[in-house]
Design a binder for this molecule. Sequence first.
Ligand SMILES: Nc1ncnc2c1ncn2[C@@H]1O[C@H](COP(=O)(O)OP(=O)(O)OP(=O)(O)O)[C@@H](O)[C@H]1O
Ligand SMILES: [Mg+2]
Ligand SMILES: [Zn+2]
Length: 483
Amino acid sequence: MSYLVIARKYRPLFFRDVIGQEHITKTLSNAIITKHIAQGYLFTGTRGVGKTTSARIFAKALNCEKGLNPEPCNECSNCISITNGQNVDVFEIDGASNRGINEIRELRSTIKFKPMISRYKIYIIDEVHMITTEGFNALLKTLEEPPDHAIFIFATTDLHKVPETIISRCQLYQFRKLNLDEITFSLKGILQKENIKYEDEAVLEIAKLADGSLRDSQSLLDQALSFSSEKLTLEAVREVFGITPMQLLYDLTYHLFECQKLEAFEIMRKIINAGYDLNQFIKDYIQFLRDLLIQKNIKSQNANFINSIESNKLTELSQKISSNKIILIIEELLKLLQELKTTTFTTTLVEISIFKLFRIIEMIDIEELSNYLKKLNLALSGGNIQNKLTAVIQPDAAVHSEIEAEPKKNIDRLDKINNIEKPIINETAKKIEDTEKSNKSKTSVSEKKEEKNDELKEIAKTPSVKMVLELFGGELVGVKKTK
Ligand SMILES: Nc1ncnc2c1ncn2[C@@H]1O[C@H](COP(=O)(O)OP(=O)(O)OP(=O)(O)O)[C@@H](O)[C@H]1O
Ligand SMILES: [Mg+2]
Ligand SMILES: [Zn+2]
């Protein structure tokens, strides 16, 4: 690839090529067609999402020699000189280096003269929030009564630093961050034009790192390609940007979720010994767990979670603990990230945090408890707990405290209940329903009470209830209707 950084080589020349900002580019095009052109525009949004690009396209469309059209021609001398930043009537001013009152005064003294060759005199002021208070005051006067031929396009990443008086005199356009699909789509387009082969996962990894900024994604791509220009591979991308290999993150999570402390520490040691930047590693791990949480809860096939580990393996992993616990772990890691900034004991701090993560795993939380109760109810009611009758068991106190002390055993129990076959559960359900019916037909209280014990004994003998009683101890105390 001849050396022209991607961001500059691929700056869109037409509104239609600006990605993800249709709400803005359409409005600007329409303003030109209907000749409803304001004199002050304010473009805001994070870095590298198309503000300067759109300002230039707008300036070209306004001053194109082929007339006022929704898109500039990009062929006439006006369009070409605007693209090159050499047009005599379009001024690109950097607010960061022209922030004082003198610069604004100079602008005010020249703005009144008619444009030299075009329809409008256009002032594109980037980083407008950097202008000083005095500068803003001077600018305000011009903005209140600009000459008809003058148009201001301000751009800023920090809207809250722009005075309200300026904002209220402009049309405000909020540029949005781009999503992963938009970024990967755009990067793949560039790679295809450059005839460079790529792995989808590599492109996705870069898109994730760019955090919504298309320019950042392009700079990252530049960087990755200078490392491996033959083919863009995931491995190369992860290596260039020092990202922890996915397999290590997966293995660590597996052992953590399985409460296998020794194995988890082995992996941590591997990560530390391999010389990974621990900060970067924690960030990668947070990202991994966040993706896992999404996989667990949204279960969409194209959750942004395509990578070197098979999706079903990840789903399986995500089922091992509750969402609640995953969130707690992420919170703990975010705290760790903060603490790492102020300590020199990074390794120790990371190790202590891993211990804290194990404590989270060992807790029993509401979500798991309720899952557990649901499964238990299923076994006791006949497969469908909606409006069904369920056998009520008073569990054994000893078993209860054992479950609290060692949640893992509980999971083994649930697995057994999960494996009870459907006909066996149905048998219980039928027995319970028969009991309830015969109870209704009885009249006297004593008669009811007398037979109740016998019936409960019968229900307790059905295989699925029997199994629950064996696993959890306690006794069958009644039958109730579940809502
Ligand atoms: N929405 C977009 N569609 C297509 N390309 C884009 C878009 N946003 C950014 N780019 C690419 O990123 C480069 C930089 O974009 P641009 O200068 O417009 O960003 P910006 O919003 O002005 O950023 P900054 O706040 O840092 O000035 C462009 O040259 C282009 O290649
Ligand atoms: Mg810009
Ligand atoms: Zn033109």
